[in-house]
Design a protein around this ligand. Structure first.
Ligand code: HSE
Length: 436
């Protein structure tokens, strides 16, 4: 059979990795697909990036030349960002080309229009590389668990923030020191704010929620908190209470809607997810038939992300001649069978909580705090207050039983209004991740 002709937009880390993996494993891949996957055209701004790759393809500086090339069957978009990536993808789809993309930000924010256009044109948009690098989580949820009703998923899906939290815990570093090292090691996005403020994880959990529950992609309603407000002392207090702090993306189906959120979370230190360290990713899925299943691996990097890009290319090559109605739907569920379950506001979320309150060390402060919580029927599970003789305020750390977040926010607002409380209260969620 004739080769599948590939055009690549972008020759950064992932583009180079894709060319390397296709070249290195060409024989294995051809044995799997039954035809060759051949890169015929690449768009690259800086030709130095091609050095040493031995790429025998047409090279253009203009990505539109690739999208308009009639010899290209499949466009691989690994340039990132919103524009011109969105226009290029839409043009490729309109031209009847299949698309493989690693662009989670683009799909999280424009997925509905991209998938609708692809559906109408009868082409595939494959995006395994957009979520958790090498981990085949899209395929696992969309196909491996297709017989299940998925209840929730919780994932460490940003390697940079996981590395930072690991180093704060293991080495006693502060946030800035750990971030600088993550950047030096090349884990962080070009804009590290996307990593540490939770946006990158939010893009990924938004996509996973859609394919887990069959709901439209709705990044705008994903609740996002990052890890900047965490102090080294929070990591220490959490450890004393038996927890590790991880930046989790969580999607949970409830009878009345879907919780979709990214935030630092205390999880039991003995849980498998708590022991995912450094730049690694892991996603825990709870579903009715399979129970809990855990997916672990490298969430970033050239070859690991290329592993996902090439797997998508293999899928596309195998089914490009099939009737479009017989292919796996983009978002796992048939487009006319999507659910209208709403995304729930955070006030409706129920969780256990960790509070860090800085207050003057005076008689009656704890009693006032406990009374305010009791008025909202919020119960205290544990409390830590350490001697800090030199300081004019002391941190009081509370672990709270499960309650409604809206109630807790009201109690916190009243605590913060107390003259003895000297800075905003830090509120973190606590998840047991228990089965059932
Ligand atoms: N910067 C991301 C991370 C990798 O740290 O996980 C790509 O999504």
């Amino acid at each position: 059979m004739a080769p599948v002709r590939i055009g690549i937009l972008g020759m950064g880390t992932v583009g180079q990795g894709t060319v390397r993996v296709l070249e290195r494993n060409a024989e294995e891949i051809t044995r799997r697909v039954g035809r060759e996957l051949r890169v015929v055209h690449a768009a690259v701004r800086n030709p130095a990036r091609l050095e040493g790759l031995g790429l025998d393809a047409r090279i253009s500086s203009d990505p539109w030349a690739v999208v308009r090339d009639p010899e290209v069957d499949v466009v691989v978009e690994v340039m990132g960002g919103q524009e011109p990536a969105l226009s290029l993808l839409m043009a490729a789809i309109a031209a009847g080309k299949h698309v493989v993309t690693a662009n989670k930000a683009l799909l999280a924010e424009h997925g509905n229009e991209i998938f609708a256009a692809a559906q109408a044109r009868g082409v595939m948009v494959a995006f395994e590389a957009a979520v958790a690098g090498a981990i085949p989580i899209i395929k696992a949820i969309r196909e491996g668990l297709a017989g299940n009703r998925i209840q929730w998923l919780a994932g460490i899906i940003n390697g940079t923030s996981n590395y930072i939290l690991s180093q704060m815990f293991r080495e006693g570093w502060d946030f800035q020191q750990a971030l600088a090292e993550a950047q030096r090691l090349g884990y962080a996005e070009a804009d590290p704010g996307l990593d540490v403020d939770g946006g990158d994880a939010a893009h990924k959990i938004t996509l996973m929620a859609s394919i887990a529950f069959g709901i439209p992609v709705d990044f705008a309603h994903c609740h996002v908190e990052g890890i900047r407000a965490l102090e080294r002392t929070d990591v220490v207090y959490a450890a004393e209470l038996g927890y590790r702090i991880k930046l989790l993306g969580i999607a949970r189906r409830r009878a009345d809607g879907v919780e979709l959120r990214v935030h630092p979370t205390l999880i039991p230190h003995s849980h498998l997810l708590a022991n995912v360290e450094g730049p690694f990713n892991a996603i825990l899925v709870e579903s009715d038939a399979a129970g809990q299943s855990l997916y672990y691996g490298r969430g970033a990097g050239g070859d690991p992300t290329a592993s996902a890009v090439v797997a998508d290319l293999v899928d596309v090559a195998r089914t490009m001649t099939a009737d479009p109605s017989n292919r796996v739907p983009h978002l796992a569920f048939q487009p006319d069978a999507m659910s209208a379950l709403p995304l729930l506001p955070m006030a409706e979320v129920e969780s256990a909580y960790y509070l860090r309150i800085h207050a003057h060390n005076r008689a009656g402060v704890l009693a006032q705090v406990a009374t305010m919580l009791a008025e909202y029927e919020i119960s205290i599970e544990a409390l830590v207050q350490k001697e800090t003789p030199e300081a004019d305020s002391v941190p009081i750390v509370l672990l709270l039983h499960r309650c409604r977040e809206g109630d807790l926010e009201q109690a916190i607002a009243r605590m913060e209004a107390l003259p003895v409380v000297v800075q905003p209260v830090l509120r973190l969620r606590v998840e047991s991740l228990a089965e059932g």
